[in-house]
Write a protein that binds this ligand. Structure first.
Ligand SMILES: Nc1ccn([C@@H]2O[C@H](COP(=O)(O)OP(=O)(O)OP(=O)(O)O)[C@@H](O)[C@H]2O)c(=O)n1
Ligand SMILES: C[C@](O)(CO)[C@H](O)COP(=O)(O)O
Length: 393
């Protein structure tokens, strides 16, 4: 009796979608179903499969979050995890995942994180079909509703549903077949089987599962939450904190601007903008909390509008970026380390100006000297550190 070698399976989990139809105010994969995110539920199913590598494709800036989720799901198989950034379409995200697969992976399963409750048996069915010789295999469910052809508001025909099936994931393929299909693809398709069929291969159907439904709308999310025994609550993800630090040297032109205030008679700080280390530390803390990069990501020195700009411009735009990405700031605490200026008399004024610039977010300002130590102690410059809390909206 000959024993066939087991092919090495790589699973690409696409989780980089924005979830527009869900409308949860942030990337869908990080929305909660009970105590865990959609991504974490999906990964629990993925790690129940015999994977040699798991590539997780996530929105830009969410690599750290995804890695945390993956390491919890992976247990002692953490070395299998690769996290990469996705693209504007599902197809581009899959391509990014394929590019990160190790050379020895022979069979690839592409799975939507949005199909978070897919049972392990579906992965087994797809892998078994490839093992049995199929170039590709996807899980499908029969279409149970009567399907009509409609033009405008008029029913113009009936579609024979016996020849229809609803496609699910994971969709599995021989690696050489999928790589070649992606390399040749010119159109954008909503699933991988369509690319592989376009490349001339036959794709097999295996039975799908009702629990593999895709979480697309709010009703799908409620259903998923009921299935895992979680109440359908509206606060799915935890608040997050971030930290930011900035340093500027004295020696700029004109008068000092710090903590959003003008300080007549004090030496100016140098910098592309006004050198306001307090405002910049707050920007970094807020962006870090929301996982949206840092000040350099959004306010590069190549942007002329920020040359000489004051705190208000930076903070107002940061609040706007947070809103656009589904976050709002809870509060900010910032500490200045400097010999000069002396903050005591203007601390409350600084808090009000910074808070107003952020649209009313509470800002606490404290200040300290460094007992003559370091650059701040030698009055060569100013350092500021901030922490911020953001909450999903
Ligand atoms: N640019 C994209 C778009 C989608 N996906 C992933 O592909 C799967 C199926 O996409 P779907 O849930 O239909 O798309 P979303 O873009 O997340 O949602 P919507 O179309 O409502 O914006 C999801 O796991 C999603 O994260 C992806 O990785 N990259
Ligand atoms: C692969 C897929 O899940 C097939 O059902 C696909 O992502 C569906 O995306 P759609 O845009 O919601 O059809």
């Amino acid at each position: 009796m000959s024993i066939l070698p087991v092919p090495r399976v790589g699973i690409v989990v696409v989780a980089a979608g924005s979830g527009t139809r869900l409308g949860a105010g942030g990337p869908k994969a990080f929305v909660g179903i009970g105590r865990h995110s959609i991504l974490r539920h999906a990964l629990d199913g993925v790690f129940a499969a015999p994977a040699a590598q798991v590539v997780i494709v996530v929105p830009e800036g969410r690599d750290g979050d995804a890695r945390t989720e993956a390491l919890q799901a992976a247990g002692d198989r953490a070395d299998l995890v690769t996290v990469v950034t996705g693209g504007a379409t599902r197809q581009q995200s899959v391509a990014a995942g394929l590019a990160a697969l190790w050379g020895d992976v022979e069979v690839v399963l592409v799975h939507d994180a949005a199909r978070a409750l897919t049972p392990p048996e579906v992965f087994s069915r797809v892998i078994a079909a490839i093992d049995a010789g199929a170039a590709g295999a996807i899980p499908v469910l029969p279409v149970i509703d009567t399907i009509k052809r409609v033009t405008g508001d008029e029913i113009v025909g009936v579609v024979d549903r016996s020849e229809l099936a609803a496609a699910q994931t994971p969709q599995g393929f021989r690696r050489d077949v999928l790589d070649a299909a992606y390399a040749a693809a010119s159109d954008d398709f909503t699933d991988d089987a369509a690319l592989v069929a376009e490349a001339g291969h036959t794709v097999s159907a295996v039975p799908g599962h009702p629990l593999s439904f895709k979480i697309t709308t709010a009703a799908d999310l409620d259903r998923a939450r009921q299935l895992v025994g979680a109440a359908p609550v509206a606060t799915p993800v935890l608040p997050r904190v971030g930290i930011g630090t900035d340093v500027h040297a004295f020696g700029g032109d004109g008068v000092l601007w710090l903590a959003g205030l003008e300080w007549p008679g004090e030496r100016a700080l140098s910098g592309h903008s006004d050198g306001d280390a307090v405002a910049h530390a707050i920007v970094d803390a807020l962006l870090a909390a929301a996982g949206l990069g840092d000040i350099g990501t959004h306010f590069g020195t190549d942007q002329p509008q920020y040359a000489g700009a004051h705190a208000e411009a930076f903070l107002a735009r940061t609040a706007e970026i947070l809103r656009e990405e589904g976050w709002r700031a809870g509060n900010v605490s910032v500490q200045v380390q400097a010999n000069r200026p002396r903050f005591a008399a203007r601390r409350v004024e600084a808090e009000r100006v910074l808070s107003d610039a952020l649209g009313g977010v509470p800002v606490s300002v404290s200040a300290t000297t460094t007992d003559g130590l370091g650059f701040a102690g030698r009055t060569e410059g100013v350092s500021a550190s901030a922490v911020a809390l953001v909450v999903p909206v």
